[in-house]
Design a protein around this ligand. Structure first.
Ligand SMILES: Cc1ncc(COP(=O)(O)O)c(C=O)c1O
Length: 472
């Protein structure tokens, strides 16, 4: 930013977060590769929803497609062989990016992070002796695994969170981890970073759980776009992620990083093209393929897979640590600015959930707006107003039901009371608005903004300007 353009807000940013200056190269990157943001005069604050792709990524990927002849992999003809080699190269590149030894881990292509989570859920050997332990703070798809666990008679336990930081109840966690093991297989699942509050849960829980006999499923989807995950240091059995969250393009591909040592105990509920070596009609038998192939049903998204290598190149060239620094500065500044907004009567206009500006958190900030009487402003209204200001943000519960219930202090009694109402018991359709009315008209949502690779000070400042309109 030019000297004469330094606003008081920007001066406060530099004062509180001087390291922001070291990220100036990201401003150049934005004007070169994300020029559409300023050309279209849009403020993008939904990186936890989806990352943004650079224009160069699209050009490079398209050039690759234009210059080569690619066929369906796994045949010996040249176009197929070329594709097989490229898919294998990308697989190796993904492992290298996460510093995962190929002797220790495999990279399994899935449709998205949810696809990776489902693969674990459907093939993990849950039994009546098993426990599925998960944190309140989890994406819906991690919660969904409980239905696979339940179907096999496994116990299901949740670790709650503390308000206002939305950190885990460590005592409860220790207790839960200590209780289960014995016979059976036990799975513990948690997110490295919350898609609700941005809180970063300690990766040390991985080793602590493993030390007590648990397999660990780390949901890294919201963490890896702005943080380095080093699988040579922390080694969960399973890691789930979506590539569009890391670098925006391509969509439709995620990954399950799984330890080779646990693959043997996973049991697929079916077989498909590509997952077997031999299947017989008359013999009524099939033999599973080895490694990643056993988990990739049918043809992988082979033309898009090279786009992942392009995306990883882009992230590495840019430097994920630099992106992290910038997002941390903008997040800290934004939380401080929002927390300073008060109505004339002294009441706060915004309540931010999760850790404070300098807490253990990533660049996802969730909040609610309150009027001067202390009544919450409907999150739909905030999103609509934001859209009028050309700001892309997200509202609702962001597919994290436990996060929403905790942040909004909706109790188990209230929820059970709602679900036990006759009309709710009889209905098969139930909307978020039905849910809200049914739990006493309490808000069931919040407003979320998130930073990423192309975020700059103006994005954050425009959001603060927007937020000021709610101050009476
Ligand atoms: C923490 C976390 N886990 C899992 C997912 C699911 O990702 P996808 O919708 O790509 O399957 C998301 C998506 O927002 C997420 O933030």
């Amino acid at each position: 930013m030019e000297q004469d353009q330094i606003t008081p807000g920007y001066a406060r940013l530099l004062d509180a977060y001087p390291e922001y200056s070291s990220t100036a190269v990201l401003d150049e990157l934005r004007s070169r590769e994300y020029s559409r943001l300023d050309r279209l005069d849009e403020v993008y604050l939904d990186y936890t929803g989806a990352g943004l792709y650079s224009e160069r990524q699209v050009r490079e990927h398209h050039a690759l497609l234009e210059d080569h002849l690619f066929g369906n992999p796994h045949s010996h003809n040249p176009s197929s062989q070329r594709m097989t080699d490229l898919v294998d190269r990308v697989r190796a590149r993904i492992l290298a990016y996460f510093q995962a030894s190929p002797e220790e881990y495999v990279a399994i292509f899935t449709q998205n992070a949810s696809g990776a989570l489902k693969l674990v859920g459907e093939s993990y050997p849950f039994s009546a002796e098993s426990t599925y332990l998960l944190t309140f703070d989890n994406h819906t798809s991690v919660n969904g695994i409980r239905e696979f666990a339940r179907a096999q008679g496994a116990a299901i336990h949740y670790v709650p969170m503390h308000l206002p930081e939305m950190t885990l109840d460590e005592g409860q966690m220790e207790e839960n981890l200590a209780v289960a093991p014995g016979a059976g297989n036990h799975l513990f699942a948690y997110p490295a970073q919350s898609n609700f509050s941005g809180v970063q849960h300690s990766l040390d829980w991985i080793e602590r759980a493993q030390g007590q006999g648990w397999d660990v499923l780390l949901d890294a989807a919201a963490y890896v776009p702005t943080n380095r995950l080093d699988l040579s240091v922390h080694k969960p059995e399973f890691v789930a992620l979506s590539f569009y969250k890391m670098f925006g393009y391509p969509t439709g591909i995620g990954c399950l990083l799984a330890k080779r040592a646990v693959l043997g105990k996973l049991k697929r509920p079916w077989f498909a093209g590509g997952t077997i070596t031999v299947a017989s009609v008359q013999g009524d038998r099939y033999f599973m393929a080895e490694g990643a192939a056993a988990f990739e049903d049918g043809t992988v998204d082979f033309l898009n897979i090279p786009g992942i290598e392009v995306g990883l190149d882009h992230l590495e060239r840019t430097g994920v640590d630099l992106i992290h620094t910038r997002c941390a500065c903008l997040t800290g500044w934004l939380i401080e600015e929002l927390s300073s907004l008060h109505h004339a009567n002294g009441k706060p206009a915004v309540r931010v959930y999760g850790p404070g500006a300098r807490g253990s958190r990533g660049g996802t900030i969730t909040m609610n707006f309150y009027d001067a009487a202390g009544v919450v402003v409907d999150h739909h209204r905030v999103e609509e107003e934001a859209a009028r200001h050309r700001i892309s943000l997200r509202s609702g519960c962001f597919c994290n039901p436990g996060g929403g219930e905790t942040a909004l202090s909706i109790s188990k009694t209230e929820i059970i009371g709602c679900f036990n109402q006759p009309w709710v018991q009889q209905t098969s359709r139930f909307t978020p608005d039905d849910f809200r009315l049914c739990v006493d008209g309490k808000g069931t949502g919040a407003v979320r903004v998130s930073f990423g690779i192309a975020s700059n000070f103006q994005d954050a400042a425009r959001f603060v300007e927007f937020a000021r309109q709610f101050v009476e």
